[in-house]
Design a protein around this ligand. Structure first.
Ligand SMILES: [Zn+2]
Length: 146
C-alpha cells in the first residue's frame, strides 16, 4: 500500500468515526431532550436507565409502536449479526425488535415478530429461533427514552 492510499484510508476512517459519533449524539439527545444540568434531565435519565434494566431482565420482543415509544433505536454498523446475550436485532420488514439470544434462565419464551420473520420457541431445554429472511435483520442498540 502506498502512502497516498494509506492517507486516503485514514481520512475515510476518521470521517466514519465522526459520522458514528454524530449519530450517537443525536440518538442520546433524542432519548433525553432536556438540557444537561436541568433537573428534568436527571429524571429523564433515571427513566431511561429503568427502561434499559427492564429490557435486560424481561427480554421482550417489542412491536414497532411500543419500541419507538420506549426506546431510541440505534443501528449497529457491522457486516452481520450473531446471537449475543443482551443484544437486540430489528426486523426490517415489520420494525419489531427481538433479543438476539435467550439465556437458559428463561424456561419459557414463545414470541414472534409482527411479520413472522423472527420466531422464538423455547420450552426448557428445547430452544429454537427461526429467522425466515436473515437479510432483513439488523443488529441494534436500544437506548431508553426519558
Ligand atoms: Zn418482522
Amino acid at each position: 500500500m502506498d502512502a497516498d492510499r494509506k492517507r486516503q484510508l485514514k481520512k475515510l476512517g476518521k470521517a466514519e468515526v465522526a459520522r458514528q459519533s454524530a449519530e450517537l449524539r443525536a440518538s442520546l439527545t433524542d432519548a433525553n431532550p432536556a438540557a444537561l444540568g436541568d433537573s428534568a434531565w436527571a429524571n429523564n435519565h433515571k427513566t431511561g436507565i429503568l427502561r434499559e434494566k427492564w429490557l435486560k431482565k424481561k427480554l421482550p420482543l417489542l412491536r414497532q409502536k411500543k419500541l419507538e415509544q420506549l426506546f431510541v433505536v440505534l443501528p449497529i454498523v457491522s457486516a452481520g449479526w450473531r446471537p449475543t446475550l443482551g443484544g437486540y436485532i430489528q426486523c426490517r420488514t415489520c420494525g419489531s425488535a427481538s433479543p438476539s439470544s435467550i439465556p437458559e434462565r428463561k424456561f419459557f419464551y414463545w414470541a414472534t415478530c409482527g411479520c413472522g420473520n423472527i420466531r422464538w420457541r423455547c420450552i426448557g431445554p428445547f430452544r429454537r429461533v427461526v429467522v425466515r429472511a436473515p437479510d432483513q435483520i439488523l443488529p441494534v442498540t436500544l437506548i431508553g427514552r426519558g
